[in-house]
Design a protein around this ligand. Sequence first.
Ligand SMILES: [Cu+2]
Length: 159
Amino acid sequence: MIHVHTYEKWWIALTIVMLVAFTAAISVSAFANGIQLPSPEARVDPKTIAQTPPFDKPGLRELSPGKYEAYILAQASPWKFYPAEIRVKVGSTVTFYVTSVDVQHGFKIFDTNVNMQILPGQVSKLAHTFDKVGEFPYACAEYCGVGHQNMFGKVIVEP
Ligand SMILES: [Cu+2]
């Protein structure tokens, strides 16, 4: 019979209690509260997406005064975002739809909460209201190859 030290037994018991508690917390949040991982807005074919509307003409669409949709393509080799500049009036809400034509990228707009993973084959969507005048640069936030540092652009918020 192996002798297990008393403190060791407590730690084993505590570990089991913690595992049960964490499993219960995850189950409650997933099933009772319905919390999920973000899911793709749409599934697309990365090989043809650059020729498929609305991504064949990437850029800003005005839905109504102060409400916009921005369709953005991320691409490696050459490493670029299309478009690299977006211009809106202060107070505008922009819903970003971003996808990749090749590898995994990121889309992060500095000084905002916009920071999405951009995967080939799916569209990532997030809305943001620009309440401050200024320039908000965006950049790729996932290392995507030797030209990664060239992937940037900016949202210009005008008065
Ligand atoms: Cu990238």
